[in-house]
Write a protein that binds this ligand. Sequence first.
Ligand code: TXE
Length: 495
Amino acid sequence: MSDIPLLPQVRAFLERDHGLFIHGRSVSAQSSQRIEVVNPADAQVIARVSDAGEADIDAAVASARQGFNAWSQTAPALRSSVLHKLADLLEQHAEELAQLETLQSGKIIQISRAFEVGQAAHFLRYFAGWATKITGQTITPSLPSFNGEQYTAYTLRQPIGVVVGIVPWNFSTMIAIWKLASALTTGCSVIIKPSEFTPLTILRIAELGIEAGLPAGALNVITGLGKVGQALIEHPGTDKVSFTGSVPTGIAVGKTAFGANLTRATLELGGKNSVGFLPDVDIDKAVAGAIEAGFLHSGQICAAGERFFAPRQRIDELMEKLSQRLAALKIGSPLDEGTEFGPVTNRTHQHKLGQFFERARAEQCTIVHGGRLLDREGFYVEPTVILARSLDDTLLKEETFGPIATFLPYDDEEELLAMMNGTPYGLSASLWTNDLGKAMRMVPRIEAGTVWVNMHTLLDPAVPFGGIKASGIGREFGSAFIDDYTELKSVMIRH
Ligand code: TXE
């Protein structure tokens, strides 16, 4: 097969002189610094965007404050209908957005279509529904009444203000949608700072936001390096940061936010997620499970499984069958609809994965399958299966964020639980078994924000998502996100 043809509107978008999206339109940055956007499939530069400077950041924050004043006063039903309209527009522009996403991230086109656009629209509609359902409580205080006076109290949930949404490169469309939808449905305005590697789709979506009916300033997009994110958090005109990304950057973001007059922070960080196969598991289901947990989008998912624990008597068979499946994957261009496994998103990340392979060899782990960078144009690495020697091996401790499943055998259930929990992180974990009773007893003992049974990685907007331990603070989705985007005001009345 061969690459699908690019839509004319995609070519036209790439050729544009990209500005920043401030106060309802694309404006040229005052900073002259530019960042190259590179196609991971062939290492060619496809566009250049601005690395925003101080004046640009001031302009975006001023616009977002104005946007907040307007948007927070709109009726919840109107906010809901604008977000529904934006979801419609995402679907109407689905192929254009999917192609742009694949060009900037190397994500295979089916994943761009299904997740970055299809799922993003689905999440957006879920968030849109919340606009009209945000409520406080009424409370009867027990204060003394000397002259017949009575008391009534109630709480208000009010939008927090200007939100900074800092987005990583792995799901640059969907994660941006989670952040802007959470902010806009609660009545906040938002400034999105996309990853410097993948800034294009959100610039296009901001234009669709205006078409959907957002007032100028409700949604701004500022491109640039990490320092731009930091300056936005430090800015006195911003009230909250919602960050998704790596643990070290997340900790830095948290410190910056707390140092900036307690700017509120939601941190959704990565980690080192465990996958436990119980002794009764069907081997074919275990292999499919390992693929779902570790290799979707080349493992570049914060919730992906990286630490795989299998019963000692079954581990060889499992790794062998998994290796056979990986060997049959069609590796190729992400714009080819037949491709099952594409490049990773940037050269730095590809090199980092190469260093992990070297570390594994130096620590005498067994490379069961893969373990090399591919010698071809673009940023390709082999899907890899590794047998570690102990829990202290680097590949069982550090987040690789790549297509690497590292295995270790266990002998009994208590040892499995200790291994699964033996990490400072706690974003997600999964158990694979036919014995649901056993799984139900183990689930409460697993230290993770999300535990899946016989599934991994898939998220639903109705189910809260976020990390415990060093994997984050706060929750996205469900009703839980509302607490993070609103302030609770108590009102007491004597009458
Ligand atoms: O991520 P960062 P990077 C891992 C992955 C990858 C490594 C580095 O292993 O190889 O992290 O990737 C912005 N204040 N993950 O550098 O640093 C930055 O511009 C405010 C795991 O891309 O986490 C980008 O928009 N913002 C991961 C965003 O933060 C700052 C997802 C994420 O950048 C900033 C991505 C600062 N001081 C990478 N520094 C996951 N687990 O979800 C950077 N940024």
